[in-house]
Design a protein around this ligand. Structure first.
Ligand code: SAM
Length: 228
């Protein structure tokens, strides 16, 4: 006999921001199109925050410059929203950041390294090829691991087909699966990777994304289900 806990219909109720219509809502996964400065204070707290804010580097993909425009608000690290994102986590928060922003970040409990299957170009003469990205981990009182995993996670990079800094679903799945959490929040949702991973793990989740183009990509992915 299995004792695995299945999500109930009641537990899959959508996240609701009063008087704000969601861009996408289905089966406990909700996406709001808007600015987290306005919407994040209005959204209910979640067990786990997993988010990938702009790195503050005015990133524009050289690889697909025509396809992807600059990331909104990428001129500086959005520290006030990062602090608020961490505050909205009941159990724990994961916040991706560039290695050279680590000193500016709130002090984490761990720095998880996402190791990719390729490395960046950068300064070919005087800089090592970067093969990992940092993800700061913040644990709150009452945080519990389902399974304690190491601080190095291997996951193949995506082709960035939907977003210039698209994270792999498999990477986010591993973060979700490691922690006791029923609800997930991503205030910088991009193409909806965290929301899709939450859906695949049977969790309730809410995301906020300022760029409607990426809301559209996220909604398409979430409607299709298990493609990525
Ligand atoms: C690094 S990307 C996230 C990519 C995402 N992890 C994915 O896999 O697609 C950061 C996202 O935050 C969005 N963003 C920037 N400022 C925002 C704000 N104030 N409120 C909501 N979203 C914002 C950007 O449009 C961008 O899509």
């Amino acid at each position: 006999m299995t004792t695995e806990k299945q999500p109930t219909v009641a537990s899959m109720q959508p996240f609701v921001i009063p008087s704000v219509a969601p861009y996408y809502e289905s089966n406990g996964i909700t996406l709001y199109h808007g600015d987290s400065h306005k919407l994040l204070p209005m959204v209910e707290d979640a067990d786990l925050v997993i988010t990938d804010p702009p790195y503050g580097m005015n990133f524009q993909s050289k690889y697909r410059a025509k396809k992807h425009k600059r990331i909104a608000n990428d001129d500086s690290l959005p520290l006030s929203l990062i602090w608020l994102s961490i505050a909205k986590a009941n159990a724990a928060a994961y916040v991706f950041c560039r290695w050279d922003n680590l000193a500016a970040m709130p002090k984490p409990k761990s720095v998880v390294a996402w190791v990719k299957n390729n490395w960046s170009m950068g300064d070919l003469q005087h800089e090592h090829g970067r093969q990992w990205e940092a993800c700061c981990f913040y644990a709150k009182d009452g945080h519990e691991f389902v399974k304690r995993i190491p601080d190095v996670i291997h996951a193949d990079r995506t082709e960035n087909a939907l977003h210039p800094t698209e994270k792999p679903v498999h990477l986010i799945n591993q973060l979700i699966a490691a922690n006791v959490a029923e609800t997930i929040l991503d205030p910088f949702a991009g193409s909806g990777t965290t929301l899709l991973a939450a859906k695949l793990c049977g969790k309730r989740a809410v995301g906020i994304e300022i760029d409607e183009k990426y809301c559209e990509s996220a909604a398409n992915r979430l409607s299709q289900g298990v493609l990525f």
